[in-house]
Design a protein around this ligand. Structure first.
Ligand code: F6R
Length: 609
């Protein structure tokens, strides 16, 4: 949430800041702003998108600047609440939440500071200004000031008369970019690819100064962190194409269609193997995974749905109990710790505050067997966990998660097979069959994508609906939940996912001709049961949209529309069946004219509670 860019360079950095913010807009898009030293402080802010700010910034030149795109937490989206926030010649941009800002604000008001916004961030600006009265320089003042902050933050600070920009992080992502003509900082690497590929990931507690010709970093303990000994320089492997829209209209569309490649890249490490090694999950995995007798999965949103699918796989294949918890619930409830349990954190961004906190909570309870399934290397969740599996979906920029979900499923299936093998429940032939099915997934998903024209035709009928129900059974029930989440977040149609057998216990009361019911009907052991549930809907005048398999015995009739996926895919069928639901939401959103990649009120990478 919120994106930060900072630059000190010989070139004009205004276009760099604007391009960086555009790359970070997925993190928040309520307002945008920048502060430049020219050499006095110039601040530009606008409500809404970075494009508005770009118009204002047109023609500006500077060599020092910080910039921000906001997802509002404290204070409504408005120009007065937009970052940067200033205090007499000093400007701050901030990502995160300062929990003790009320006390600090009271103290600073008493000291005579005047507040002009409702944000927690303005407190940081005045606090640093105040601390400067007794600190030798800006760097020292930032270090002293952040020691008084409670909460999560990544900040960048500049001040009139100073050659450098000071940045700091605690619980929110921030990296440095080392350029040939200057140095930079940003919330993620995509923002800086325009100027450099050489990145240093800051650690929690780091304070750094970027100048035109050097960077310096002081770690949490107060000692200078050496580059590259203590903070390695990473050469980013992201390509410009990874973050460009290319011929697509939206990132979500691009990311849906990238799923075959994303799956192939994620599965590349198993190559042509007939058997799996636990080392896939890290060097300590053989020891840590051996003797695992139960699994606890922690995640939020779409990642939580992939965990729900994995529960079916882990219990069926490995025969060990698996529970799946929404991270924000787990972290605050009194639970019964089990030190032998494998804790799996699933996250696209690796920065989701609730998921990160839930892993820390599990560790504090003595559960040290932790595994991150994540799409971002060097992210906080990856660093927090003892083991890791990196999905290789590539950057996911559309706020609605798509390719991250299917690659998480591939990773989780690998985990289920690995645990099954360790439990002695898998013959060599069964293992080889599962691996072959995984390897065939990219081709199978490609075939499903070819259904787009038919799905598009269906979408037109949803545009005037207020509500929709999604039904699934077994390991397709989480796919119904995911389909409903996709539809509500990008088309703003209220949607609920239900296990089809649960319909008669309440939600059937909602069914009438205005309530489309979308059903996932793979040709599996539950198909006949599902068909009975569908009859219950049809008998109440409900309009059914059924995603069946080629060989599912479900027929189209009046009020029942059927679309067939090319092949039945056994245990991995959820990976295929989610794809038409992604496409359906996408096309409904297009018909409704919503902002597909940046749905209202949302942002990607939820780094606040
Ligand atoms: C929905 C969506 C969110 C995320 C959730 C967790 O389309 O994208 O529900 O899945 O915020 O994010 P990560 O996976 O980054 O932890």
């Amino acid at each position: 949430m919120c994106g930060i860019v900072a630059a000190v360079a010989a070139r004009n950095i205004v276009p760099v800041l604007i391009e960086g913010l555009t790359r970070l807009e997925y993190r928040g898009y309520d307002s945008a702003g920048l502060a430049l030293l020219k050499p006095t402080l110039t601040r530009l802010r606008s409500v809404g998108r970075v494009a508005e700010l770009a118009l204002q910034a047109n023609g500006q030149t500077a060599h020092h600047g910080i910039a921000h795109t906001r997802w509002a937490t404290h204070g409504v989206p408005s120009e007065r609440n937009a970052h940067p926030h200033v205090s007499a010649g000093l400007a701050v941009v901030h990502n995160g939440i300062i929990e003790n800002y009320v006390e600090l604000r009271r103290e600073l008001l008493a000291a005579g500071y005047v507040f002009t916004s409702d944000t927690d961030t303005e407190v940081i600006a005045h606090l640093i200004q105040h601390t400067l009265q007794s600190a030798p320089d800006l760097f020292a003042a930032v270090r002293l000031a952040i020691a008084r902050l409670t909460g999560a933050y990544a900040i960048a600070v500049l001040r009139e008369g100073d050659d450098g920009i000071v940045v700091a992080r605690h619980g929110a992502p921030l990296l440095l970019g080392l350029g040939t003509d200057g140095n930079y900082a940003a919330s993620d690497a995509a923002a800086l690819l325009q100027v450099t590929r050489r990145m240093i990931y800051l650690e929690d507690g780091d304070v750094a100064e970027i100048r035109g010709d050097a960077v310096r970093i002081v770690g949490a303990g107060g000692t200078a962190a050496r580059v590259p000994a203590d903070r390695p320089v990473h050469e980013s492997t992201l390509s410009a194409d990874d973050v460009e829209l290319g011929d697509y209209r939206h990132y979500m569309q691009k990311e849906i269609f990238e799923q075959p490649q994303a799956l192939a890249a994620t599965l590349e490490m198993i190559g042509g193997a007939q058997t799996l090694s636990p080392n896939l999950f890290g060097v300590a995995a053989p020891e840590m995974l051996s003797g695992v007798r139960s699994v606890l999965i922690l995640a939020c949103g779409t990642s939580y749905h992939s965990g729900l699918v994995a529960r079916y796989w882990i219990e069926q294949l490995a025969g060990i109990p698996c529970s799946v918890e929404i991270a924000s619930e787990y972290r605050y409830r009194v639970s019964v710790p089990n030190p032998e349990q494998l804790v799996v954190a699933i996250s696209q961004s690796g920065e989701t505050a609730d998921t990160l906190a839930s892993v820390k909570h599990a560790r504090a309870l003595g559960m040290g067997r932790t595994l991150a399934i994540c799409n971002v290397p060097e992210s906080a969740i990856v660093r927090e966990c003892a083991l890791r599996f990196l999905t290789r979906a590539g950057p996911e920029i559309g706020v609605a998660s798509t390719k991250a979900f299917t690659t998480q499923l591939a990773a989780l299936f690998l985990l289920a097979v690995t645990l099954a093998k360790q439990a002695g429940r898998l013959s060599a032939e069964q293992e080889a069959e599962h691996l072959a099915a995984l390897r065939h997934l990219p081709v199978a998903v490609q075939k499903v994508l070819a259904l787009e024209p038919e799905i598009k035709a269906w979408a037109a009928r949803f545009a005037d609906k207020q509500h929709a129900l999604f039904l699934g059974r077994g390991h397709h029930y989480p796919i119904a939940l995911e389909g409903a989440l996709k539809l509500k977040e990008i088309s703003y149609i209220h949607a609920e996912g239900y296990p089809a057998g649960e319909l008669k216990h309440g939600p059937l009361a909602l069914v009438d001709k205005d309530m489309p019911v979308i059903s996932i009907a793979p040709n599996d052991a539950l198909l006949e049961k599902l068909k009975s549930n569908l009859k219950e809907v049809a008998a109440r005048g409900g309009e059914l949209y059924v995603f069946a398999d080629a060989d599912s015995a479900v027929d189209a009739e009046d009020g029942v529309h059927v679309l067939r996926l090319p092949e039945h895919y056994g245990l991995l069928s959820p990976v295929l069946h989610v794809v038409p639901l992604q496409l359906l939401s996408y096309h409904v959103a297009l018909v409704k004219g919503t902002d597909v990649d940046k749905p209202r009120n949302l942002a990607k990478s939820v780094t606040v509670e």
